[in-house]
Each structure stands twice: as C-alpha cells, then as structure tokens.
Design a binder for this molecule. Sequence first.
Ligand code: RAM
Length: 355
Amino acid sequence: MSRHARPFRRAWAALLACLASLAVCLCACAPAAPEEASPSPTPAVERRYALVVKDVTNPYMQRMFSGFEEACVSLGAQALLAGPEDISAEGQIACIEELIANGIDAIAIAANDRDALSPVLQSALAAGVKVVSLDSDVNPQDRLVHIQQASPEVIGRVLMQAAREMTGAEGAFAILTTTDSASNQALWVEWMLREIEENPDQYEKMTLVDTLYGLDLYEPSYELVSALVEEHPETAIVIAPTSVGILAAADAIRDAGASTLVTGLGLPSTMGDYIRDGLCPWMYLWNPIDVGYVAACAANALVCGEISGTVGEVLSAGDRGILKVTPSADGGSEIVVGNPYMFDSSNVAVWEEIF
Ligand code: RAM
C-alpha cells in the first residue's frame, strides 16, 4: 500500500509527488521525432482515458478516480469519469457506447455485470480502444488486463477468519454483499464460504443466517440489516465486503441498539468512529487511490504499445512501482496492486484523512 500521502509527511509527500510525476512521465508515450522544425506545429492530440465506475455516487469509486486522474495528469493525458448513478450494467453500457463514439483512447472499467458488458466491450476493442478492468473484472476476452486490488482468496479468507476471531468462533453471522453479478463481490463471498468448508472444525459453532444483497447502496443495505437484527437478534456479526454496505450495516446496528458486530471492507474515512467504539473491532481495505493510479498507468502503457497485457510483461507505475502481469484465475491476465491492509484503533486515525 502506498504510504506517500501520510499527513505528517506532507513536505516529503510534496517532494515525492514531484519526483513521482517525473517518474511517471518516463512511461508516457515517447513523442515522435520531428522531421523538421515547423513554424506552426500541429498541436499534439491529447490522449483521453476514461474510468467507468460502478456508480458515480459511491465514495470508494470516487477515491479510485482521484488516483486515476493523478496518474493521467502526470502522463499528460485527460482523465474522464463516467458511470451510472446506480449499479446497473445498462447505465455502464450507455456510457461506453458514448465513449466509443467520441473516440476515447482507453477505458478502465469496474464492472457491474461482466456478461452483460461483453458485447459493448467487444465493440470497444474492435474500435481500437484499449480496455482494462479494475476492482470488479470483466471476462478475459473483453479486456487486455485486469487490475486486481488484492488476491480474492486472501480477502475472502481473511474476512471469515476475522469474524471467527471477533466472535470467539461461535454464533450466527450474516453476509451483506452488493449484487451477485458484481464479480469481485461474488468471488469474495465464494472464498469466505470455502474457508468454512475447508476448515469445518474451526467454524462448527458458527451459522450463516442470511446473505443479504444491498445493491452497494446505503438505503437498501441499511434496511436489510435493520430487518436482520430485528428478526435475528442473535446475529453475532455481519460481514460486509462493501464500503457502502459496511457503513450502512454499522449505522443500522447502532440505531437498533443491537450488540451485533461488523467487519468487512471499508473506507477508514467513514468507519473511524465505529472502529474506535468497538462496533467494528477491525476491518480491511487496500488503497483505492493506488488501484485507480495503476489502472491509468496500464491504460497508458497499452495505448503507447509498451505492454499488450500478456503474462510476463512488466508495468512501470511511477512511485507505485514496477508491477508484473501475471495469470488470473479466470484464464486471463492481471496486475495485482497489493494486499488487504488491516485498520484498527491503533492506525485508523492516520488513514481516515487519506481515504
Ligand atoms: C464497494 C464496491 C467495490 C469494492 C469496495 C470495497 O464500494 O463494491 O467494488 O471493491 O466496496
């Protein structure tokens, strides 16, 4: 996880940011050598890269865009934010059609539904647009590479192990996810359940009461968890691998006065108080700004022909490092940005100012 933005290191951060810009510029497209000096040079055509998010109102997606934009500025490219105001595939399809029509150079997409998006992404690729996915992947044939925040297996197992530890390995638990068509969520939930299946002795006293689909929206998530703690007050913990859902779950539990705990994937900036008061003893995430930053670097490297997204290549991602293109579980290729990071009362204050 990038630590360059820690508030107590602002002076150094400013210096490092300048150095980072220089470093990133090294991976910008090399300009063609001028054939001869011209009195009225044709202005260079600006490269334009779009981040298509799941939902533009989601604060996690907004953090990803800030990293995407930061890299685009360093690379001399224009960053565009696109996406629906709900988590529909239809909204994303309409955005992508418009981007293709307007001649976008690259699209980085966090998919709401990989299968529904397939035809429009095929059109994008056929039109010469460089397509990468991030956060929630698209099908391997519909992208050149996926930017993977952290290993899905590690995320799923770590969340289940945290819930076991917080509850003393005993009691009812619920999962609050978003939709079953969001590939990242589906995979994380699958790994949580595999963690239980593969370690039956460790989870024999834990029972799954329900899996709730809160659509990655605050209100539906809040309503579902309110109803859950009313119907099943014995629920010891809710595991929410969604930054919108974990906050809604914590608010619902606090408002109901229930003793249920919460863990999952959350933004320190919205969960700090719940971590300090113990309702959420700890949670996990990676740096979403870094994920957006790396996606923009990958888009640029594809546009400039520096990589093609093939396993074995390396991506130069400025101060985020040199990252390898590796095989992904779905048969395509991916670039893994890092590991999930644990936030508890000892460190959340530092991170809540950053994301
Ligand atoms: C949600 C989204 C996103 C996920 C984060 C942790 O806002 O579902 O896809 O990566 O939370």
